[in-house]
Design a protein around this ligand. Structure first.
Ligand code: BES
Ligand code: MN
Ligand code: ZN
Length: 498
């Protein structure tokens, strides 16, 4: 996808689709009446009819309109044009993108001037780009099974603005939207891949590829390396699998000072979670191929940050493994020693995410990070609490949590805080080790975060539980590309406050 912004409006531009935002409450603006003249009264005929009242999100397509040079004219209702809620505008833009994409356009020209008069052009253009990228996303099936029609050609989205000021705002919003969309696309691709393709080794090769294309320093630790570091918790999960575990490290140096403390993103890269000996029920077990979506969003956010050339340093750390039952797999009651030295009693082998994350978090200490955010499809309980709409955020530093909450609101990739309190930590007591890996049936999302808190005491840390948001929302059984938007926005905000 390509984007462009212009400082003037020209409805005669040759394109596949011309989108014109229309307000419901005012009489025709000069621009609209010009368009009306060009089309020999098409707009007034629409206004006189009953199909289209220009309600927010209402879309009407006129194909091959006379007098214009576009394949179709798409009228986009924006209500009274005032942006009361960015979320509502985003939904309207999604509806627009869905309709406008039906003709498989290659060049789409948007005159959003009526929508932009009372609202922030940066925000509207950003979400417009994301909406188009989302509706156009297709997972490329494996070659032989491919039944999809040819992939659509890359879209070019051009925003016509009323002046230079609006143009530069539109452009910067569109650039952010594009970087986030590209990151989401990468994350969706990785998430949607089957578990037999997307293995820890495959994720490591993707990291190296991202390193080459986006100038990152990439290092991959083998099981032997991890053994030498004492990562007994992470390795205990992977020993039940034939696929070797990997610890993937990606460093982006965007700050002037290459030694400036980086922001660390630590993503759960469990490429298939059968539960281990505490085997999951077989219904919907296929969805556990998505258990690496935390890792995928780290890949996507670093890609977006690099595309935006953010002036900060970032380190991505991805512990990657499978979790399968086997003769030498973890058993309930086993005790393992983590890299931190703390021992863990594994009461449920299906609570494996925290077992791989804890060693990755301990490892992250060596980067002397400014902040650490881990992202994981950690608990089914977070879906009960927050659904597929909002991810859970918890942490040991309210500043980091607040920054993530704010980034969630800006990016519309929402997060909501749950409490980490001493009283919950008691649920992790074990008679046989320093910690148990489960905290009983209540407050599952919180006790999982409490477990991680024992490995994050040396830095400012927050945890995002994305088990609900990473896939399976209103779009069905598909990876959503979340948490790329919230993470990218968090990094943008950090780069502006640095
Ligand atoms: N990957 C799962 C979490 C999950 C479950 C995500 C369902 C999405 C849908 C995680 O490894 C897991 O199995 N968690 C257990 C923890 C429990 C054993 C304490 C869970 O949530 O059931
Ligand atoms: Mn599990
Ligand atoms: Zn898992």
């Amino acid at each position: 996808m390509k984007i462009q912004a212009k400082s003037s409006v020209n409805h005669l531009q040759k394109c596949d689709s011309l989108i014109v935002a229309i307000r419901s409450n005012t009489k025709m603006s000069r621009q609209l009446s010009d368009l009306n003249k060009l089309t020999d009264g098409a707009i007034s005929r629409v206004e006189a009819g009953e199909q289209f009242q220009a309600k927010l999100g209402q879309v009407l397509t006129l194909s091959a309109p006379k007098g214009l040079a576009c394949g179709s004219l798409v009228l986009f209702g924006v209500g009274d044009g005032k942006l009361k809620s960015v979320e509502v505008m985003r939904d309207a833009l999604k509806a627009l993108a869905k309709s406008a994409n039906q003709t498989k356009p290659e060049l789409v020209v948007c005159d959003f001037s009526a929508a932009l008069q009372h609202s922030d052009p940066q925000t509207v253009c950003r979400h417009a780009v994301e909406a188009f990228a989302d509706v156009r996303y297709r997972y490329q099936k494996q070659p032989k099974a491919a039944r999809d029609p040819k992939p659509a050609k890359a879209l070019k989205l051009c925003f016509q603005c009323v002046d230079k000021k609006q143009m530069s705002a539109a452009k910067s919003g569109a650039q952010i939207g594009l970087a986030i969309s590209n990151g989401k696309t990468s994350a969706k691709d990785l998430g949607n891949m089957p578990g037999n393709v997307c293995t820890p080794t495959f994720l490591a090769s993707r990291a190296r590829k991202l390193g080459r294309s986006h100038n990152l320093k990439v290092k991959v630790l083998s099981e032997k390396d991890m053994g030498e570091l004492g990562m007994g918790s992470l390795l205990s999960v992977s020993k039940g699998s034939r696929e070797p575990a990997k610890l993937i490290i990606m460093e982006y140096f965007g700050a002037k000072n290459k030694k400036a403390a980086p922001h660390a993103l630590v993503g759960k890269g469990l490429t298939f979670d059968a539960g281990g000996i505490s085997l999951k029920p077989s219904g919907k077990m296929d969805e556990m191929k998505y258990d690496m979506c935390g890792a995928a969003s780290v890949f996507g956010a670093i890609q977006a940050a690099a595309e935006l050339k953010l002036p900060i340093n970032i380190v991505g750390v991805v512990p990657s493994s499978e979790n399968l039952p086997d003769g030498i797999a973890n058993k309930p009651g086993d005790v393992v020693t983590s890299m931190s030295g703390q021992t863990i009693e594994i009461l449920n082998t299906d609570a494996e995410g925290r077992l791989i994350l804890c060693d990755a978090l301990t490892y992250t200490k060596r980067f002397k990070p400014a902040t650490v955010v881990d992202i994981a499809t950690l608990t089914g309980a977070v879906i009960v609490a927050l659904g597929h709409q909002t991810c859970g955020v918890m942490g040991n530093d309210q500043g980091v949590v607040d920054d993530l909450l704010a980034a969630g609101e800006t990016s519309l990739d929402f997060a909501w805080q749950l409490p980490i309190k001493e009283t919950y930590k008691k649920q992790l007591k074990s008679d046989y080790a320093d910690l148990a890996n489960i905290g009983g049936p209540s407050a599952g999302t919180i006790t999982a975060a409490c477990f991680l808190s024992y490995f994050t005491e040396d830095f400012k840390w927050a945890h995002l539980d994305i088990a609900g948001t990473a896939w399976g929302g209103s779009e069905g059984k598909r990876a959503s590309g979340r948490a790329v938007p919230i993470l990218t926005q968090y990094l943008i905000d950090q780069s502006q406050s640095a």
